[in-house]
Design a protein around this ligand. Structure first.
Ligand code: KG4
Ligand code: ZN
Length: 315
């Protein structure tokens, strides 16, 4: 990335095919494959950008939160590159990366805004008073929204990760076919809950059998509607209560077509402005980590050789 905003190349190496047969990410396989892929990806990124390692001013690496083994591979590579080249490095927060992907838009929002980070591991509302100042104001009480998509896909016999296949099937289905529960724990908080929804899908399948064809599309659409409805309602309501006029939705589940359209609709109804990264910047990518690393550096954060991975790093 150049000047903190312009992406010169963004190479994503996905391990989805390796983990799919296990129905989810196998941590040990993830870190081993990181070891295999990291240098070819680095090489490809430099080649596509038309740069050499020598041209680089700063190396940013995800140092948390996430799977410890996978994080450690990245952190060791960043340190090694730094040691070999004398270039500085900085640890970036994965969640801040999702949130700051929005900085890559032409028309990026200025704080304050309300951010929703919605991914495979997280579903959290952050009040962003300034870049670098994030206040957690609400989150899921059980499953992350992405986890709900992945677990539901598993129940339905769809491939991992389940978000995209459910989204695609839902396009052909009726979202009102089945009324699944919207768990909105109280009006006095900004929390959501998804484990009941997943259980409701399981009960439905036990009672009526595994659906096929139109029935499957209807179930996917109804499930997706329940997630998008609950999340967008709570999110837009929270922005109103906190007096924030700008909203950002990010993370892998922000790629969901129904969540995007419903958040846009509800924000517009209330005169609020919603910012959405393009789909390719919603799911995990390197560009978002470059932005987060650059911003962390500007705030004075520096990586040193004692930097370790922090699997539970809170933003
Ligand atoms: O941010 P991400 O790429 O990785 C994590 O940090 O977790 O998010 C991955 C999650 C998975 O649970 C995946 O099923 C979900 O994002 N996802 C989607 C869609 N695309 C990816 N969920 C719903 N609809 C989609 N179109
Ligand atoms: Zn992510």
């Amino acid at each position: 990335m150049e000047d903190g905003r312009r992406v010169l190349s963004d190479v994503v190496s996905t391990q989805v095919d390796i983990h799919r047969r296990w129905g989810g990410v196998v941590p040990e396989l993830a870190s081993r494959n990181h070891v295999v892929q990291v240098m070819p990806v680095l090489h490809e990124a430099l080649t596509r950008a038309g740069k050499r390692l020598d041209d680089v001013d700063l190396i940013a690496v995800t140092s948390g939160p996430g799977l410890i083994g996978a994080l450690l591979v990245g952190v060791q590579v960043a340190k090694s590159l730094s040691l070999a080249t004398g270039k500085p490095f900085v640890g970036a927060n994965h969640l801040e990366g999702h949130l700051l992907a929005i900085r890559l838009l032409e028309d990026a929002p200025e704080p304050p805004f309300l951010g929703l980070v919605v991914s495979g591991g997280h579903t959290s509302f952050y009040e962003v008073r300034d870049y670098g100042h994030y206040k957690l104001v609400g989150s899921t009480r059980d499953d992350a929204a992405g986890e709900a998509f992945d677990k539901t896909a598993r129940i339905l016999g769809l491939p991992y990760p389940g978000g995209l296949p459910i989204d695609q099937l839902a396009q052909k289905g009726n979202p009102e076919a089945i009324r699944f529960p919207r768990a909105l724990p109280g009006a006095d908080n900004f929390d959501v809950s998804f484990s009941g929804l997943k259980t409701a899908v399981l009960h439905h399948v036990k009672k009526h059998g595994l659906p096929e064809g139109q029935g499957l599309a209807d179930l996917c659409a109804s499930f997706q509607e329940a997630v998008a409805d609950a999340l967008s309602k709570k999110f837009v309501g929270a922005a109103r209560r906190l007096g924030l006029e700008r909203l950002v939705v990010c993370g892998g589940v922000a790629a969901n077509s129904r969540l995007r359209s419903l958040c846009l609709e509800r924000a517009r109804e209330r005169g609020l402005k919603l910012f959405l990264p393009p789909v390719r910047l919603c799911t995990d990518n390197g560009a978002m980590i470059a932005v987060a690393g650059y911003e962390a550096w500007r705030r004075g954060l520096r990586g040193d050789f004692s930097l370790s991975a922090d699997p539970a790093w809170r933003m």
